[in-house]
Design a binder for this molecule. Structure first.
Ligand SMILES: Nc1ncnc2c1ncn2[C@@H]1O[C@H](COP(=O)(O)OP(=O)(O)OP(=O)(O)O)[C@@H](O)[C@H]1O
Ligand SMILES: [Mg+2]
Length: 316
């Protein structure tokens, strides 16, 4: 097992009160596995991703739980130990490459610099590796001397992915990596992630609000609602037979290209304010299956056929 997250709680301590952004989240990830994390805006996806690198920004804090990477608990590491883990063992890719790339530096040099910051290589060796990486992510070698603004959005994201894999991490956390890109480029980047997993055995956590996209590449998918992990299933089982009513609603909201008349379904209502989430199950105000108990008590997380589901439909 590569990663084991157990009972993770991440809160933001704001002037308005405590935001319970991630609560009681547990899951495991194997080497070379691709896991999607899906959920509406504000459900805690990015907070979870940052927590895995122990990078939750202030006023946020991991208040409970453990994050074990090959057995070592990241929540217990010193800043110095964490710096070694970040980049080298776990790398992150964000939505907007422009904010992470230096606009005044050639893309090839940026990759070289990342490599040299962590590995004991000569400049020439690092340059050779950077050229290989560009090719690996589908960018022609003669783009080495381009500046970021000379590339398309999709190519810039490929550069970020090249930087992420440059240190041979075991895990890449990609937070909405294709949200700003058009559909065709999105698919190409998903294919690139699959290829990197196959070739390097890197595990990937793919964070997105787009369930259809996640179904394309993920082995399994974690569904978040208002800070809770409400379902964790293999992609096939999730699409075929969703356990949680919320997952079912998310699936209904996927546009069906085969239907001529496009009926746009969105889930009625909106996600709760996490300063003051609803009592009982946080989804009960929007849930078509809500029962009495859902108003009163938090549902337990149950294992059903090897899948996880947090919902009163599955009993105590
Ligand atoms: N720096 C912060 N300070 C205070 N609250 C925060 C901070 N960052 C996030 N939150 C709150 O934590 C909750 C989870 O936010 P998070 O960004 O993790 O959600 P998300 O699922 O990534 O949403 P999105 O799809 O919009 O990116 C939200 O209620 C958000 O308002
Ligand atoms: Mg986010």
């Amino acid at each position: 097992m590569l990663l084991e997250v157990k009972d993770l709680h991440v809160y933001y301590y704001t002037k308005r009160g405590v935001v319970r952004a991630v609560e009681g989240v547990s899951f495991q990830l194997d080497h070379a596995e691709i896991m999607g994390i899906v959920g509406e805006s504000g459900s805690g996806k990015s907070t979870l991703g940052l927590a895995i690198m122990n990078l939750v920004p202030s006023p946020g804090r991991i208040v409970k739980g453990s994050i074990r990477l090959e057995g070592k608990d990241l929540t217990k590491m010193s800043e110095k130990e964490l710096r070694k883990v970040r980049g080298k063992e776990v790398a992150m890719v964000f939505q907007d490459p422009m904010t992470s790339l230096d606009p005044l530096m050639r893309i090839g040099d940026q990759i070289v610099e990342t490599i040299l910051a962590h590995e004991d290589l000569s400049k020439e060796e690092a340059r050779k590796r950077a050229l290989e990486l560009l090719e690996e992510v589908g960018i022609s070698k003669d783009r080495f001397n381009d500046y970021p603004h000379q590339l398309s959005g999709g190519m810039r994201q490929r550069v970020m992915i090249a930087m992420a894999v440059s240190l041979n991490p075991k895990l890449i956390i990609a937070d909405e990596p294709t949200t700003a890109l058009d559909v065709i480029v999105q698919d190409q980047i998903m294919e690139l992630f699959s290829k990197l997993r196959d070739e390097f055995g890197v595990a990937i956590i793919l964070i997105s609000h787009d369930l259809a996209l996640e179904l394309e590449v993920s082995d399994k998918i974690g569904v978040m609602y208002a800070g809770w992990l409400v379902e964790l299933s293999s992609s096939g089982e999730l699409a075929e037979n969703p356990l949680n009513p919320y997952t079912r609603e998310l699936l209904k909201a996927i546009p069906n290209v085969e239907l001529e008349e496009q009926k746009l379904v969105s889930i009625p209502g909106s996600p709760p304010d996490l300063h003051d989430p609803p009592h009982g199950c946080r989804f009960h105000p929007r849930c078509p299956d809500a029962m009495q108990v859902c108003y009163r008590e938090e549902p337990p997380t149950k294992v059903v056929d090897g899948r996880l589901v947090k919902c009163w439909l599955y009993g105590r």
